[in-house]
Design a protein around this ligand. Structure first.
Ligand code: PLP
Length: 406
């Protein structure tokens, strides 16, 4: 079945605008996706009709808000393939999810001499929290190297996996290069070595259906804003036994069973990890985003995205001095590159003047940039609402920039 990109695009109000007198070409979806009207309407509806705090009051608005809030949890649980919605914890995004696991699990399980393996492809949010907790516990963060193509070196990974490794943290897809990592195999190896495995799904969730049980991981995290949902909300999925054994991360209202000055007992999961008033509108918006994405033919959407990237790679060959980063295959959503004679920052500004939004810089992946001995790159990133015309506009734009510098 063909993917009807025009009818999908029409549902995104922000894509209908002009920027600098040109129709917007939005190629920064790896940073954040645009939001369909269904998500915007769900958030507006909550604030206009149901606005109340959740889980606390007996009145109608609170009951409606709580129902919508918990319905979103079920939607996300189904989306991830979780057998139980209680295993889905609301967080602000992947950054908070990694901090939650690093501190809650790490403080009680990491000891002097232990190791956390992270790939060189990781976003800073999947490196720094591990560094902080390892420094506190006398443990060590060790990087799994990547090849010149930007692929995790599996032989090196095998060698690093010894009894000192207690956790492997790896992203499903690299935000800087688009590399799709063989996480299922990596999880299996980690488990065989007696380690846990946490997968950062920030760049994967918008591209294909997921099944955390099939992946076999212990924790999986994603951010709502990269899945057509609002900013400031995301989900951490974890294995029940692990979550139940982990101490709370934040203390406050909602996460308790009983509080007294003689000692406090805690709520069951997921509430043990959800102190304070949550981002209710965000959670409801995220539920709407999940519903929206699941209403699509996801195989057709993935095929459409693969065609966009293939077209991009094809056109790139016609641009002299363009160096593409990342692997030829097993890559999704991201076209990361350098253009000879042009600084990525200038490139970003000059493309913006033509209405084309890309991202430039280190993409919060400085260790990876160091690996390639570059300060940063230009990155065009695609989502299911992009068209072949968007890809062509990017290359027309790049040619114009080259003419300026000729
Ligand atoms: N991991 C990856 C691969 C990302 O691309 C990002 C954001 O760009 C993050 C983690 C952090 O996500 P957030 O800022 O939503 O917490």
């Amino acid at each position: 079945m063909d993917f009807d990109v025009e009818s999908v695009r029409a549902q995104f109000p922000a894509l209908q605008q002009e920027v600098n007198g040109r129709p917007l070409i939005y190629l920064d979806s790896a940073a954040t996706t645009q939001k369909p009207k269904a998500v915007i309407d769900a958030i507006t509806h909550y604030y206009q009709c149901d606005n109340a705090n959740v889980h606390r009051a007996a009145h109608a608005l609170s009951s409606r808000a709580t129902s919508a809030f918990e319905a979103s949890r079920q939607l996300v649980a189904d989306f991830l393939g979780s057998p139980d919605p209680a295993q889905v914890i609301w967080v602000r995004g992947v950054t908070e999810a990694v901090n939650l696991v690093a501190y809650s699990w790490g403080r009680s399980n990491l000891n002097a001499g232990d190791r956390v393996l992270v790939s060189t492809l990781e976003h800073h949010s999947d490196i720094v929290p591990w560094q902080l907790v390892c420094a506190e516990r006398g443990a060590e963060v060790v990087a799994i190297p990547v090849s010149d193509e930007g692929v995790i070196d599996q032989a090196a990974y095998d060698e690093l996996l010894d009894e000192r490794v207690k956790m492997v943290a790896v992203n499903h897809v690299s935000n800087a290069l688009g590399t799709v990592n063989p996480v299922k195999e990596m999880v299996a190896k980690a488990k065989a070595a007696g380690a846990l495995c946490m997968v950062d799904g920030a760049q994967a969730v918008a591209h294909w259906p997921l099944d955390v049980i099939d992946l076999g991981c212990d924790f999986y995290a994603f951010s709502g804003h990269k899945l057509f949902g609002p900013t400031g909300v995301g989900a951490l999925w974890g294995r029940r036994k692990l979550l139940e054994a982990m101490p709370p991360f934040f203390g406050g209202g909602e996460m308790i069973d009983r509080v007294s000055f003689d000692g406090t007992t805690f709520n069951t999961i997921p509430f043990k990890f959800e102190a304070g008033t949550p981002h209710i509108a965000g959670v409801i918006g995220l539920g709407a985003a999940v519903k929206w994405v699941q209403s699509l033919d996801r195989d057709a959407a993935a095929a459409h995205e693969a065609q966009l990237l293939a077209h991009c790679d094809e056109l790139a060959q016609e641009i002299p001095g363009l160096r593409r980063l990342g692997p030829d295959t097993n890559r999704i959503g991201v076209f990361s590159f350098l253009l000879e004679g042009t600084h990525p920052e200038d490139l970003g500004t000059l493309l913006d003047q033509q209405g084309i939004a890309i991202r430039t810089g280190h993409h919060c992946a400085q260790p990876l940039m160091s690996r390639f001995d570059i300060p940063g790159s230009a990155r065009a990133s695609f989502s299911l609402y992009n068209t072949m015309a968007d890809v062509e506009a990017l290359f027309t734009g790049l040619r114009k920039v080259q003419e300026l510098f000729a």
